[in-house]
Ligand binder design. Structure first.
Ligand code: GTP
Ligand code: MG
Length: 164
């Protein structure tokens, strides 16, 4: 088939993750087959493109590298909205299931809706998932009914203080 006849697809991919986990390095390896030992923090966001063929389609991957360092975080919601795929990178030497290395809390919100009868995710399923990820604290909440909101945020505050 003539290459011009093939279907072309543009995919926007966003790479997210903490500073220094290797986001830029992964992209440089993929696109340029290069690796630099020296760390140079990404400032803002920039993209590289890579063309690949998948079945009969020509795919242009537009891969957006983002800055892990907090002081460079300035991307608006519109930036994420157009994404076709989000990639979350972490460093296996900093265990994300270790609450001290990667503190987070999961909130299952809107439990007031339909008295809970129309839920897609059961509380049991959510709790099992959290348990399997190294006991992530889990709260079932309703912002509407003010159910468990104070309790959740107290836990969030305590979890945020783990590394203080
Ligand atoms: P920010 O731009 O600050 O968000 O960081 P980043 O996630 O883009 O990290 P970057 O790719 O700049 O890599 C950080 C450091 O880790 C650099 O010194 C890299 O050489 C090193 N590094 C990245 N990937 C690997 C890897 O797979 N193995 C090893 N050993 N080192 C890596
Ligand atoms: Mg970077």
């Amino acid at each position: 088939m003539d290459i011009s006849m093939k279907r072309r697809t543009l995919l926007k991919v966003i790479v997210l993750g903490d500073s220094g986990v290797g986001k830029t390095s992964l992209m440089n390896q993929y696109v340029y087959k290069k690796f630099h030992r020296q760390y140079k923090a990404t400032i803002g966001a920039d993209f590289v493109t890579k063309e690949l063929q998948i079945d009969d389609k020509l795919v242009t991957l537009q891969v957006w590298d983002t800055a892990g360092q907090e002081r460079f975080h300035s991307l608006g919601a519109a930036f994420y909205r157009g994404a076709d795929c989000c990639v979350l990178v972490y460093d296996v030497n900093a265990d994300p299931t270790d609450p001290e290395a990667f503190p987070f809390v999961l909130l299952g919100n809107k439990i007031d809706v339909d008295g809970g009868n129309s839920r897609a995710v059961s509380e049991k399923k959510a709790r099992e998932w959290c348990a399997s990820k190294g006991n992530i604290p889990y709260f079932e909440t309703s912002a509407k009914e003010d159910y468990n909101v104070d309790e959740a945020f107290l836990c969030i505050a305590k979890t945020g203080m783990i590394n203080e």
